[in-house]
Design a protein around this ligand. Structure first.
Ligand code: SF4
Ligand code: SF4
Length: 174
C-alpha cells in the first residue's frame, strides 16, 4: 500500500468511525440479555404438565434411550393417591439433562409417549461451570397453570390408573 492509498483511505476510515460514534450499540449482553426468539425456534427443553397440574412425565426413560448423546438421566418412583405427581404408576423422581452433551436434535421429543419433553423457544442453556449445565427437573418443569396446585397432589383412587391420558381425564362417575 502506497502513501497515496494511506492518505485517501485513512480519512474514509475516520469518517466511518465518526458516523457511528453517536449510534446506540447493537451488542447484546448475552446471556444476561437475550433477543426475543421466533415461536418456531427450538430452544431448550421444558417438562410439560396437564391442565390439572399433573406432570406429563411418567419416568419411562424412553427419551434417555433415544438420546444419541446420552444426555438424559431419569430415575422413576411410584405415585400414590396421597402423593401423585403424574397419571399412572410412576413419575420421574430425578430428571436431568446435561446441556453440554445435548445436540438439540429433538429425538427425546419424538420418543416421549406423553409429550412431556418439548424443546421450546425459551432461553438457551448457558453457564460458567459444568455443574450449572446439568439442568435438573426443578429447572426444566414448567410451573402449574394459574390457580392449579403444584405436585404432589392428592387424587381420588382409580382416577389416574392410566399413565397415558387423554386430557381431560375420563370422569367415570358421569
Ligand atoms: S435434544 Fe437430542 S441430544 Fe438433546 S437431550 Fe434430546 S435427544 Fe438428547
Ligand atoms: S420425558 Fe417422556 S420419554 Fe422421557 S421419561 Fe418422561 S415420559 Fe418418558
Amino acid at each position: 500500500m502506497g502513501l497515496k492509498d494511506v492518505l485517501t483511505r485513512l480519512p474514509v476510515g475516520f469518517l466511518t468511525v465518526l458516523k457511528t460514534l453517536g449510534r446506540k450499540p447493537v451488542t447484546i449482553q448475552y446471556p444476561e440479555q437475550q433477543k426475543p426468539m421466533s415461536a418456531r425456534f427450538r430452544g431448550r427443553h421444558q417438562l410439560k404438565r396437564y391442565e390439572d397440574g399433573l406432570e406429563r412425565c411418567i419416568g419411562c426413560a424412553l427419551c434417555a434411550a433415544a438420546c444419541p448423546a446420552d444426555a438424559i438421566y431419569v430415575e422413576a418412583a411410584e405415585n400414590t393417591n396421597e402423593a401423585r405427581y403424574s397419571p399412572g404408576e410412576r413419575y420421574a423422581k430425578v430428571y436431568e439433562i446435561n446441556m453440554l452433551r445435548c445436540i438439540f436434535c429433538g429425538y427425546c421429543e419424538d420418543a416421549c409417549p406423553t409429550n412431556a419433553i418439548v424443546l421450546e423457544p425459551i432461553e438457551f442453556p448457558t453457564g460458567y461451570t459444568r455443574e450449572s449445565m446439568i439442568y435438573t427437573k426443578a429447572m426444566l418443569l414448567e410451573p402449574p397453570p394459574p390457580g392449579v396446585p403444584d405436585t404432589p397432589q392428592q387424587t381420588p383412587p382409580g382416577k389416574y390408573d392410566r399413565a397415558i391420558l387423554p386430557f381431560p381425564p375420563i370422569d367415570e362417575s358421569v
